[in-house]
Design a protein around this ligand. Sequence first.
Ligand SMILES: [Zn+2]
Length: 290
Amino acid sequence: MYGSSESPRDQGGPFCDIRASSDSGFTLLVTVACGYDANRNGTATGVGNPTPEAGGGPLRCTVVPPVLVIFASVYGASVAAFLPRVAHRLDVGFGQDARDSCASCGRPFPGWLHAGAACPCAPRSAAVVPAGAAVAGLLATIGPSAMLPVYLLAVVPGLLLAVLDLRCLRLPDRLVGALAVVGALPAAVLRPERIGPALAAGVLVLAAYLLVAALPRGGLGLGDVKLAGALALILGFAGWPAVAVGLLAPHLINGPVAIVLLLTRRAGGRRPLPFGPALLAGAVLAVTTT
Ligand SMILES: [Zn+2]
């Protein structure tokens, strides 16, 4: 993992990889420009080996600042705090409109924006806020990349999809579509040369998951198939290694997820296991490890 997927390496010039430990305990492999500064044997040589072809130009550095991870985590936690109300409103049967009042006490919901528990009668959802912080913070470890705001924006529909799949085993088409648009559209503007491979990845993964879903006891719903295709489309802009990790990781993640769900009695018996959270977690892993 490099400090930035928009590594200055792409802009030409000598760089070296070092490991840096931050105050917050993160150990990050970072890409640091070596050379190209006014004093070729000064600061730059202090952080790495200068390459022989060092020329003129400013010293550039893409160290992942802990403050970026902290800001992203705070953003993720803040966004996640608004999700219980939205998830409660969208926790309806297939084809039904979003509910406009609490399912338990009937209290009317005047709007969608409400931080904290979905309703005063509902217990506080302890997991969603730390999950939002963890996901956004993990994504920020890719460094100050132009793609980071895209991924952070995609956290909103992504988290909501995970929560809904856990709550009611549904991955609404509109939300999957929103995730695809929020993730792929800015990526297409930033990396137009990757539009072809990204579309190919989306179609290939969609077809592969459709095939598995069609198998008897395939264990996948059509919502999973569409979500896998949308995520592959987004990961296609990050490269084929990201698509491969995004394709394989969910199947490795789903085992532990299933154990947690069985232990917390959220699954078991005839209730099928949600696969959406594993797909989404796999995509986060793919972005941060490739
Ligand atoms: Zn209520």
